[in-house]
Design a protein around this ligand. Structure first.
Ligand code: CTP
Length: 426
């Protein structure tokens, strides 16, 4: 589900980082819009890192996408926490003086939940109570604040409800399937993953989709990967009991529920996320179509046609080979980790698909290589797939075909078999 998380300028903003985590770990795609004041409590970098999306509070950023219109229209749920007295007042009076208030005005039919936090006097003030009344009469859910110790020496009603309570109320409001509220990260793994299955207790990181390499603020170099195979793998690994982290580049399909989604755009962003994720992954599957090259220069402004100068020429520089780097890092750290690559290959007069794939497996030195035969109209965006799984140990190539879910199940089965050969069951 696409969620907009508005953050008001109160000390309780720090608790909203946990709320954001609960949403993303339950597989939701969250865009954070802090107010200017909120960024004094928790910085933009924190929201960007935790949500995997760029963060802004101005309608003048990304003007070409008309951000507030897009965010307001696309949101399936808007949650505002902490909703300060000021934010409640601005929402009640329909003000449009920053990105969050604009987005609230643009949100047609989607459910909106506001979780207030402020000092008791402010909460009980007739002005605030009238604003809450107005908002509720318009169908907005305004939670009652919790009671207890407030920021100063005072105590009383005005505390932000606990992140788990906001999370559950928000999902119930949106009619989303009830995903268990997760306590802080370390204990969450067991809740997201099924306790049974061949990959129970293991963390699997999967990259999916196609990277986009910007040329200027509106253009990019991309590829035709739909992300369907990577998403099917994430669902299969989840069903096999793993805790799954999906490094999602551009995809035409939504991520499956119950996996932890990290959004990336470019090959360099994917590299950073993959190397970071590798530290606690038992299995890494690089199903993403990573751009081999990126534009050497990215223009800060839209590249214009001009009659008085020659048309531009795009120079490219090579992106790092992430798969190769993951293998090297693992080997340098003597880490026990299974790394799986994907290869989209074509044959030619000098060799067939499997010859080229075997050479790629040697070059990349990963444990398994899942090979697609790419022909005209084959693989990209299709719902079916046909692959051959090659192993570095030289065992017989294994074929798998059918729907992308069938292929994903076969790949996950093969991974389980490889793991049980090298890692004796506990
Ligand atoms: N890959 C990667 N980093 C890159 C390019 C590819 O990690 N810069 C990964 C892909 O995710 C995939 C595997 O490497 O798992 C093979 O991708 P492919 O594009 O077929 O390999 P290349 O190394 O780009 O080989 P080629 O020269 O045939 O394009």
């Amino acid at each position: 589900m696409r969620i907009v998380l508005g953050v008001g300028g109160g000390i309780a903003a720090y608790k909203v980082a946990s709320l954001l985590r609960l949403f993303t770990e339950a597989g939701h795609d969250v865009t954070v819009i802090p107010t200017e004041a909120a960024t004094r409590f928790v910085g933009v970098a924190t929201w960007e890192a935790l949500s995997g999306h760029p963060v802004s509070n101005s309608v003048f950023d990304e003007v070409h996408t008309v951000n507030h219109v897009r965010l307001g229209h696309e949101a399936e749920l808007i949650v505002v926490a902490p909703a300060t007295a000021d934010l409640l007042a601005r929402a009640a009076t329909g003000q449009a003086n920053d990105l969050l208030s604009n987005t609230l005005l643009m949100a047609g039919g989607c459910p909106v939940l506001m979780a207030p936090a402020m000092h008791t006097e402010m909460w009980q003030h007739p002005a605030t109570q009238a604003n809450v009344e107005t908002l509720r009469s318009r169908g907005i859910t305004v939670l009652e604040p919790a009671s207890g110790r407030l920021t100063g020496s005072d105590s009383g009603p005005g505390r932000l409800p606990e992140p788990e309570a906001i999370f559950e109320a928000a999902l119930a409001l949106a009619g989303a399937p009830s995903v268990p509220a997760t306590p802080p990260l370390s204990a969450s793994d067991a809740l997201l993953a099924s306790p049974r299955g061949p990959l129970a207790g293991l963390t699997v990181t999967i990259s999916a989709g196609g990277t986009r390499e910007p040329l200027d603020p509106v253009r990019f170099l991309g590829n035709r990967s739909s992300g369907k195979q990577g998403v099917a793998l994430a669902a299969a690994a989840r069903d096999a009991g793993a805790k799954v982290r999906l490094l999602a580049a551009h995809m035409d399909v939504p991520p499956p529920a119950g996996v932890n989604v990290v959004k990336v755009e470019t090959a360099l962003e994917l590299r950073k996320a993959a190397l970071h994720a590798a530290a606690d992954s038992d299995v890494i599957i690089m199903a993403a179509a990573v751009a081999d090259f990126r534009p050497a220069d990215v223009s800060g402004t839209k590249i214009k046609k001009r009659d008085d100068v020659a048309d531009p020429v795009i120079s490219l520089v090579r992106n790092p080979d992430i798969l190769r780097e993951l293998v090297e890092t693992r080997d340098a750290a003597s880490r026990r980790q299974l790394i799986v690559g994907f290869a989209a290959e074509t044959g030619d007069a000098d060799g067939d698909v499997l010859d080229y794939a075997a050479a790629k497996l040697r070059r990349k030195a990963c444990d398994l290589l899942v090979v697609n035969h790419v022909g005209q109209d084959k693989v990209f965006g299709e719902d079916t797939n046909s692959v051959v799984i090659l192993s570095r140990t030289g065992s017989e190539p294994q074929e798998a075909s059918g729907s992308k879910s069938d292929v994903a199940a076969a790949v996950i089965d093969r991974i389980s078999a490889e793991l049980s050969r090298v890692v004796p069951p506990a």
